[in-house]
Design a protein around this ligand. Structure first.
Ligand code: ARG
Ligand code: ZN
Length: 864
């Protein structure tokens, strides 16, 4: 059934109080739920959602009731009067819950995941985000199995219980969360856990106890997460005036988890990969991811929990805003320009393809079948970009943080409510003093706008002609122009300087802007800082791109100029549009720009490493109506190899210099590690024997995972004896460390090796592989699906592998299975021979009996 945004109606019954009583067991848990229900609309029965559960007993006001019935999965009770107590008992088998939604077992511990609609797998409930309740939770169980008992809020009582039927000692705990919350923020964790503890005193003097709970043995890997949590708490006070509101904040790391983490009130539950980090087992990238996700979940306490969503169409209200907040936090903790480039790279790699494919949807969708399918890069990352644009428009040249006035008003106005995206925009409008009337189109229109820019020059006036087009997307047959804020600068060619950055807002299909005072034609630097999430066609000459790559003082714009130079060359080369001469001059222009990056002593290595990363194959493919992944791989690797040979001495010198920097977590040392592996990446393409020698040495000398993984990645792509040798060493060295073994799978599945497809087939039969753990599934198959030359093998075997995976995983874990559909869903944008095979695999999936709603929706939309 399709759920539509326009069909929203307020809940017929409110639930001011929820009281839950759990009798815990890994393969049998009984739940008694006591709801205080209050009528909110006349004449309606109480309708409670369930999913895969049965009511063992229903009491109304303490008496067994027979005024209830099942309507499909819903439990419906006819109630007279306006207020009642409804009590329902359910029985669950957490060990059998492989979907990892609701209450499930992971490594012997019990935990919950309720967002978006998992609470109904625990007990019958309205289970919609606009029903807010105060929760009281009691749980009891065998002490030996569950020494630690956690839920939201504060622990208000605990004690010993009588021995159970097996003669085991039991205990119990009672938790109370004073903050009304929707059911999706409920959490319970019970198991053998140990905590790293610290505390944080808030700006108004509240002392908060902080605990990070992990399995015994993992305690030493929690320090970075704890530091990140404390930094998040401090930063949210300073940047947004947000203070924590309980005396306790718990984080639990779980190894079986569908997503990254979950912001349950006072009890965040995390995928282990976003908690555990030490230099021996985590890369610098992993450190950054831990910091970002810890911040993200913490920031949800205000943007998500204190103010939640009215319905799931408003998901970007909390996710877009919280992603922006975590991006700002990470920028403040590290390098702002590098973070901006990384965020744009993620947007282009993950969100642009969504926007240009069959699954395109606005950041506030209009309809869905399964909401889990809408936890997307569009809702999250484009959602963040849309709010970032409001921030730029509010703050540009304002000399004050007007955006902050808007967010202050938002938090103030809607605290305690289930709000809408419209509420947010209105608060920014009122608080920051902006007119966002037309800007609201960004919430309703899907598709990445295309902006063309042409700069004319006459006399001493430069005129910028801009046009925009919002591409048609499924279900949206006509589009209107949207306000697009573009930061720009006009550079004087002779001095290499510009006279100040400006902000223009293109809010029509076309517009022209004039800039006097330019005796010579200036060089245009447009969309600086990536001020709008659009695709720009500025027809900038190669000469001007080279100029900007060398002179632009906006680090993002400098990066962008270099990328454009390379994208343009590679696209033309892959389309076989280049004469030998053009190829030669194109490569030379790129080589001098890269040489400048390597030689520029004013650049820090973190930024240098960023600038050296060639545009990704996926982003290159996006530039074609129908891409040929083989040609893209060939040209990208060909260019890399040519550059390595042309700049061989520079790359080996860079590798030598960076290898001499001792390990630390400081920026300079991290930068050295980044360029060290970048040097290997180039050398592998142009001087494979040199690369193999250096990579093996780097692997052996490594005293940290960044260096070791970078070296192994390089070896994985090469035909060298060191490949098998170091892979075996790595596997043996980290046996039993699941997160590192995940890397071992990913490196092989994502490698540039010509036999990567065969390697993936063999790895699927490896004893360490299992469909039961989402991290392991992703480590093999997401890495493979993101490896274009392997996935798009001309035989079509890559498509069959992913379709087989989807079919095998769907009954076990539908949410994770459905996440693999978009890779096949790209079929219209791939050359016809492959497209036909991709489509055929989608049809094979669609024909399978009893598909989950998750996979069914994604497959039918992809074929549609
Ligand atoms: N709200 C979580 C976050 O953004 C994601 C939870 C998504 N869960 C799901 N089942 N789709 O951190
Ligand atoms: Zn989130």
């Amino acid at each position: 059934a399709v759920i539509r945004r326009e069909d929203y109606t307020p809940p017929a019954w409110l639930v001011p109080e929820v009281s839950l009583d759990f009798a815990l067991g890994v393969d049998g848990t009984r739940v008694v739920s006591d709801l205080l229900v209050r009528r909110n609309a006349p004449g309606q029965p109480l309708r409670l959602s369930g999913d895969g559960i049965a009511a063992r007993e229903v009491l109304v006001d303490g008496r067994p009731s027979n005024h209830w019935r099942m309507e499909g999965a819903d439990l419906v009770i006819d109630l007279e009067g306006d207020e009642h107590r409804v009590s329902i008992e359910t029985a669950l088998n957490p060990a059998a819950n492989s979907q990892l939604m609701g209450l499930y077992a992971s490594n012997g511990m019990l935990c919950t995941q309720c967002e978006a609609e998992g609470f109904r797998r625990i007990t019958f409930h309205p289970d919609r985000p606009d029903v807010l309740s105060v929760y009281r939770v009691r749980m009891a169980g065998p002490k030996a199995d569950f020494p630690i008992l956690l839920s939201n809020g504060n622990c208000v009582a605990s004690g010993e219980g009588p021995p159970n039927e097996n003669g085991e000692d039991t205990h119990w705990a009672e938790w109370h969360d004073p903050w009304p919350k929707p059911s999706y923020l409920f959490a319970l964790v019970a198991g053998d856990l140990v905590a790293t503890s610290d505390s944080f005193t808030t700006m108004n003097g509240r002392k908060v106890d902080l605990n990070i709970w992990v399995r015994p043995g993992d305690e030493s890997r929690t320090h970075h997460a704890m530091r990140s949590l404390i930094n998040s708490m401090k930063w949210d006070e300073e940047a947004f005036g947000r203070e924590y509101d309980l005396d306790l904040f718990n984080i639990v790391a779980v190894s079986d988890f569908n997503m990254g983490a979950m912001e349950n009130k006072g009890l965040n539950v995390f995928n282990t990969r976003y908690v555990l980090a030490d230099p021996e087992t985590a890369t610098d990238g992993d450190y950054d991811a831990v910091e970002g996700v810890i911040g993200h979940e913490y920031f949800h306490n205000w943007s998500g929990n204190r103010i939640t969503c009215r319905d799931w169409f408003q998901l970007s209200l909390k996710e877009g805003f919280t992603v922006l907040r975590d991006q700002m936090f990470s920028a403040a903790m590290g390098s702002e320009p590098v973070k901006r480039i990384e965020d744009v790279r993620v947007l282009r790699a993950a969100q642009f393809p969504e926007d240009s494919g069959p699954l395109a949807h606005p950041i506030r969708p209009d309809s869905y079948q399964e909401i889990s399918n809408f936890y997307t890069a569009t809702v999250y990352n484009k959602g963040a970009e849309v709010i970032r644009m409001m921030r730029s428009m509010a703050n540009f040249g304002a000399g004050a943080d007007r955006f902050r006035k808007g967010t202050d008003l938002y938090f103030d106005r809607h605290d305690g409510e289930a709000a809408t995206c419209e509420d947010f925009v209105k608060a920014i409008e009122d608080g920051a003093g902006l007119d966002l009337t037309r800007f609201r189109l960004w919430y309703s229109q899907a598709g990445t706008p295309r902006v063309t820019a042409r700069l004319a020059h006459e006399g001493d006036v430069a005129t910028l002609h801009l046009t925009q087009e919002v591409p048609l997307t499924p279900g949206q047959a006509s589009k209107q122009p949207m306000p697009i804020p573009l930061r720009l600068a006009l550079f004087d060619r002779a001095s290499g300087k510009h006279g100040g950055e400006q902000l223009v807002v293109l809010d029509q299909a076309e517009a022209s802007f004039t800039f006097p005072g330019h005796a010579e034609a200036p060089v245009l630097s447009l969309n600086r800082g990536f001020s709008a999430p659009v695709a720009i066609d500025a027809a900038t000459s190669q000469e001007d791109l080279v100029f900007l790559a060398a002179h632009d003082d906006d680090p993002f714009a400098r990066y962008e100029a270099l990328q454009s130079l390379i994208v343009r060359h590679l696209v033309a080369a892959a389309a076989e549009e280049l004469s030998d001469d053009e190829r030669f001059t194109g490569r030379h222009a790129i080589a001098s720009a890269i040489a400048a990056v390597l030689d520029d002593t004013a650049l820090d290595d973190l930024m240098r490493g960023e600038l050296l990363i060639l545009p990704g194959e996926g982003y290159l493919a996006e530039q074609f109506a129908q891409a040929d992944p083989t040609a893209i791989r060939r040209e990208r690797e060909g260019l890399k190899g040519w550059l390595a040979q042309a700049l061989l001495a520079r790359f080996t010198a860079l590798h030598d210099r960076a290898s001499a920097v001792p390990f630390s977590l400081e920026a300079a040392a991290r930068g050295a590690r980044k360029v060290k592996t970048q040097a290997l990446v180039y050398l592998a393409a142009g001087a494979p024997e040199e690369a193999a020698r250096r990579a093996a040495a780097q692997y052996d000398a490594a005293d940290n995972m960044t260096d070791r993984q970078g070296a192994l990645m390089t070896l994985c792509g090469l035909d060298t004896p060191g490949r098998a040798e170091k892979l075996a060493d790595f596997h043996a060295r980290y046996a039993g460390n699941a997160l590192v073994i995940d890397k071992w799978f990913s490196l092989q599945a994502g490698s540039l090796h010509g036999d990567a497809l065969a390697h993936v087939k063999a790895l699927a039969d490896h004893p360490d592989f299992t469909l039961g753990n989402p991290n392991r599934v992703r480590s093999l198959y997401m890495a493979f699906a993101a490896n274009p030359a392997a996935f798009h093998d001309p035989s079509g075997e890559g498509y069959r592998i992913i379709a087989d995976l989807i079919l095998a995983l769907d009954p076990i874990n539908a949410q994770t299975a459905a996440r693999f559909v978009p890779s096949l869903g790209r079929w219209r944008r791939i050359e016809p021979a492959r497209a036909a095979m991709m489509r055929a695999e989608l049809e094979r999936i669609a024909a399978a009996p009893s598909l989950s709603r998750d996979t069914f929706e994604q497959v039918t939309r992809s074929l549609g």
